[in-house]
Ligand binder design. Structure first.
Ligand code: HEC
Length: 123
């Protein structure tokens, strides 16, 4: 009798354990859909993404490949030439960015995309 209870408890533990694992995996596969992409601001939405992921190589000081993305007046040139989205989206004909690192997450890319669709305002 005692053994039965122990086994039952163990099995329930297994179910809970795998249940939570499965849940975690599902979150990875289907990222949260609460990605706000409306009315994006250069200052508070776009610049922080570029700063976190790109300034290590493309600040005014680092300037890798002679590419500076620091500041609106600089990044707007790469927006207008199509190089920014080409590089971020890993489109053929562009160097995939960030270099030697995984692609930006979908939400970050959507935010930048939406900002450009709004005319890439200096807001
Ligand atoms: C580890 C350094 C490094 C990081 C991080 C990095 N870049 Fe670059 N990037 C380079 C180098 C070096 C070049 C020039 C050589 C080349 O094009 O591959 C370059 C070139 C570029 C170009 C011109 C590409 C073209 O095809 O014309 C763009 C645009 C660019 N980077 C954007 C970005 C953006 C946006 C990020 C962040 C999401 C980023 N980079 C992160 C090193 C980096």
């Amino acid at each position: 009798m005692m053994e039965h209870r122990i086994i039952k408890g163990f099995l329930m533990g297994v179910v809970v354990f795998f249940g939570s694992c499965y849940y975690d995996n599902e979150e990875d596969l289907y990222p949260p859909t609460d990605c706000m992409t409306e009315n994006m601001s250069y200052q508070s939405d776009v610049e922080p993404i570029i700063s976190n992921n790109c300034y290590v190589c493309h600040s005014a000081n680092t300037n890798n490949g002679d590419v500076t993305l620091e500041g609106y007046d600089e990044i707007i040139n790469y927006v207008n030439s199509g190089q920014l989205m080409g590089a971020i989206n890993h489109d053929p004909g562009f160097s995939p960015m960030p270099q030697n690192a995984p692609k930006l997450d979908d939400c970050s890319i959507s935010k930048i995309d939406s900002w450009i669709a709004d005319g890439a305002p200096n807001n």
